[in-house]
Design a protein around this ligand. Structure first.
Ligand code: ZN
Ligand code: ZN
Length: 373
């Protein structure tokens, strides 16, 4: 059971989500959906337990879970009919197949394992199971104001945790120490956890965009990439800052790279609008970096959606055809990575609004931390 007091997802939030899913089902010629992906399950039902399945039909919505979660499921997902799982999952699938009758039910093909699939499909019954992708994910991409509020709180806590962490940096402090100081701050100030394992990468390690904090002391005079986020009421935040303890050893490269990344980010933030594709948004930053001669050193996408999951729709990348819409929450995170030197990435979290981006990350972008290093 989650430690937190269980809270129901109000009907004015849950029912429109079910309605939108039913429209998707109708468009795809399906009579129902079998939802197993955890964030999709939570989004539709409000159920936060770690084990359970949803069946959404034209007029019914079932939540299947085992005895550990019955009370929690009843409280959190009051408009779902609770189906108590007492048998093994494959036995349940046989019973479900009978109860569903001659319906075509979409299941989340990117989520279940080959093994589960074989065992389920072995069950007899008139139901037809149809593999489907992106049944719920596109619905999750556009957030309501309640979701944005949770993300805003997670982002504010991330700003605060970074400021606190940087105020505690002292000579010899390791990447791991700094990660823990910031994680503890988040947990002590209302986060249920971190949004993902932080990335803290000093010096040449920063050239690996996903390096994890290690026992190395934070270097002085070199870029340190800090990528972090909090989880508040299930919703995540994501922010990166690059800092330098004292003046950079190699000021020419440092400032050229830092200012190029910052200009690329500012260009994207100023120009992203709803209606653009993910690739058009990506190009706004990528062109700035390419013009400065670092095109090959920006090897990842400009950004991604954030919500119940740290990476979700839409994608902002060279090949993305996703269309930006008001209410989407995205990151804008250009970077330049030079092997043996290090990396600079600057990432803000933002809401797509009718007239452009509303930025949720407010931590300083002045990279130099003065002190006695
Ligand atoms: Zn990040
Ligand atoms: Zn990110």
């Amino acid at each position: 059971m989650d430690k937190k007091q269980s809270e129901a997802l109000p009907p004015e939030v849950s029912l429109p989500r079910l309605l939108r899913l039913r429209q998707v089902l109708q468009d795809r010629g399906l009579d129902g959906a079998f939802i197993s992906q955890p964030e999709n399950r939570r989004y539709l039902s409000g159920f936060t337990g770690s084990s359970g399945w949803l069946v959404i039909l034209e007029k019914e919505a079932w939540l299947i879970t085992d005895f550990r979660y019955w009370e929690q499921a009843r409280q959190e997902a009051p408009h779902f009919e609770l189906v108590r799982l007492v048998d093994r999952m494959d036995q349940l699938m046989t019973k479900l197949a009978e109860r569903l009758g001659e319906r075509r039910i979409g299941f989340e093909s990117t989520h279940i394992t080959v093994d589960e699939h074989q065992r389920w499909m072995a069950g007899d019954g008139p139901v037809t199971w149809v593999p489907e992708k992106n049944l719920v994910e596109p619905l999750r991409a556009v957030k309501d104001e309640g979701e944005i509020e949770r993300i805003r709180r997670a982002a504010a806590l991330t700003d605060e945790a970074l400021a606190y962490g940087l105020s505690q940096v002292h000579p010899g402090m390791t990447e791991e120490d700094l990660a823990w100081v910031m994680e503890r701050y988040m947990r002590e100030h209302g986060a249920e956890g971190v949004a993902f394992e932080f990335i803290i990468a000093g010096g040449p390690k920063g050239a690996l965009p996903h390096a994890h904090p290690g026992p190395d002391p934070l270097p002085t005079g070199q870029p340190i990439v800090i990528d972090m986020g909090a989880c508040v009421d299930g919703y995540r935040s994501d922010m990166t800052r690059t800092v330098c303890l004292g003046e950079p050893e190699d000021p020419d490269t440092f400032w050229t790279v830092y200012n190029t990344v910052l200009s690329a980010q500012e260009a994207a933030i100023a120009q992203i609008r709803p209606g653009m594709s993910g690739s058009e948004a990506d190009a706004l930053a990528r062109d700035v970096i390419a013009r400065a001669g670092y095109g090959d050193a920006f090897g990842h996408s400009l950004g991604h959606g954030v919500g119940l999951a740290i990476h979700e729709a839409p994608r902002l990348g060279r090949l993305s055809e996703d269309r930006l819409e008001p209410g989407m929450v995205i990151t804008v995170e250009p970077g330049i990575y030079l092997p043996e030197w290090g990396g600079v990435r600057i990432e803000d979290l933002a809401v797509v609004r009718e007239d452009g981006l509303e930025i949720l990350s407010h931590a300083s972008k002045d990279p130099i931390l003065s002190g006695d290093w």
